[in-house]
Ligand binder design. Structure first.
Ligand code: PGA
Ligand code: ZN
Length: 414
């Protein structure tokens, strides 16, 4: 869904918002038309109409730099817990347009404007990119259960080198898969969906790929996973094809310890289903000192759930997806609370992404620790990596411009 906003100055800004597949039950509601004979039910004509007939009249004549007030107005006008009336897609499209309009009004790139709005970081840096190379689960082709097998560059790798690593390993993995006759296709976000017997085989192939590259596994790069465990949970157990019997929470717990020790998996997203608080707490207590336990659909970028998880020490990282909550202001508030609890911030895509690159600016402008935009493949992902590159170049040139000018030594007095 895309929204355009015209300023009196003649400037036009455009924002488009994504949709998810492994949606959590606690996220704000995306309004779809559900008319089977139109766009297979996926149409958003009602949400578009809400922007044109309800939201636009509220915004006309307002100062776009008053983001908090405008978002508050949108929230009040919707008036429902999960934004079911106007739809979080309609609300976020407008809210993001307002942020872009505010940045344009102040003549700032979006990440600098966001940093003024959020006041969460004094310095700008490109977050560490988590690259998804293999897809399974609801993003895959029914052959692997884990939704994302990721590589995570080590902190000494700067962004251009990290991008090189992501692109190189993606292509080298393709060669490895071809050589094994395991190539199948790509999944929803562009990661490979190979024909393998089980999830552990995927890690073996990733280790093999890393060995063929110029990077050293467990030194230059580590692994991560998005388990999206709610989608594995049926009849009180988790179902993974690595074992004939389904996994209890305790079995899964042991599986994660193995992944951590054998495959250097340092980031585990949604390790348990969205109501399994006890297991989340246990894993954070046990592995949290060395491993990112990332809440995605578990917290759904929802403030009340985030506050509860902080109190209950249920995780140490959060995946932030603006469309899970619906406004820029609420997104920034969740980041503020998570940072205050010393959690790590992962700014994240949705599987149904658009070419909008604003989440790259949001990541830099809030001082996020990580970005998760999928593999460096396909237009909607590459758009975000390209935006990070632009910001990187801008930050590098800011550095050279603000570096103290060397004073030449005074000429000898003759
Ligand atoms: P989604 O999940 O399919 O709900 O967008 C994507 C993700 O968690 O990376
Ligand atoms: Zn996820």
């Amino acid at each position: 869904m895309e929204c355009s906003l015209w300023l009196d100055t003649g400037v036009v800004v455009v924002a488009s918002v994504p949709g998810g597949t492994s949606k959590g039950k606690y996220e704000a509601a995306e309004l779809r038309d559900n008319q089977p004979d139109h766009m297979d039910g996926q149409g958003v004509l009602n949400a578009v109409s809400n922007v044109n007939t309800i939201i636009a009249p509220l915004l006309i004549g307002r100062d776009p730099t008053t983001q908090t007030e405008i978002d508050q107005l949108l929230i009040l006008t919707d008036g429902t817990e999960q934004k079911t009336k106007l739809g979080c897609n309609a609300i976020l499209a407008a809210s993001l347009c307002v942020a872009k309009a505010g940045a344009a009004t102040q003549g700032l790139p979006l990440y600098k404007y966001v940093s003024k709005l959020a006041n969460l970081t004094d310095t700008f840096a490109i977050p560490t990119c988590i690259y998804t190379l293999i897809n399974g689960g609801e993003h895959g082709a029914d052959n692997l259960d884990i939704q994302e097998f990721q590589i995570v560059p080590a902190s000494h790798i700067d962004f251009p080198n990290s991008l090189n690593m992501g692109v190189s390993l993606y292509h080298q993995l393709e060669d490895v898969l071809i050589s094994k006759g395991a190539i199948h296709s790509v999944g929803l976000v562009g990661g490979f969906t190979p024909n393998l017997y089980n999830n552990t085989d995927a890690f073996e192939l990733l280790v093999e790929t890393a060995k063929t590259s110029s990077y050293t596994f467990a030194q230059d790069l580590f692994f991560g996973v998005d388990m999206a465990a709610s989608s594995l949970y049926r009849d009180g157990k988790y179902h993974l094809k690595d074992k004939a019997q389904p996994y209890s929470s305790q079995d899964l717990f042991d599986y994660y310890s193995m992944l951590r020790n054998v495959y250097q998996v340092f980031s585990i997203e949604d390790p348990f289903h969205d109501d399994d608080w006890k297991s989340w707490q246990g894993l954070t207590t046990d592995l949290g000192a060395t491993t990112s336990i990332v809440a995605d659909s578990f917290l759904a970028t929802n403030l009340a759930r985030t506050q509860k998880a902080i109190q209950e020490k249920a995780c140490n990282s959060i995946s932030v997806k603006p469309n899970e909550v619906g406004t820029i202001t609420e997104t920034l508030e969740v980041i503020r609370q998570a940072k205050a609890a010393n959690w790590q911030i992962v700014m994240s895509h949705r599987s149904g992404e658009t070419n909008d690159d604003a989440i790259a600016d949001l990541a830099v402008g809030t001082g996020a620790d990580y970005c998760k935009f999928g593999p460096p493949q396909r237009g909607e992902r590459v758009a975000k990596y390209n935006r990070l590159l632009q910001i990187y170049q801008e930050l590098e040139s800011d550095k050279t411009q603000s570096a103290p000018v060397a004073v030449p030594p005074a000429p000898p007095i003759t």
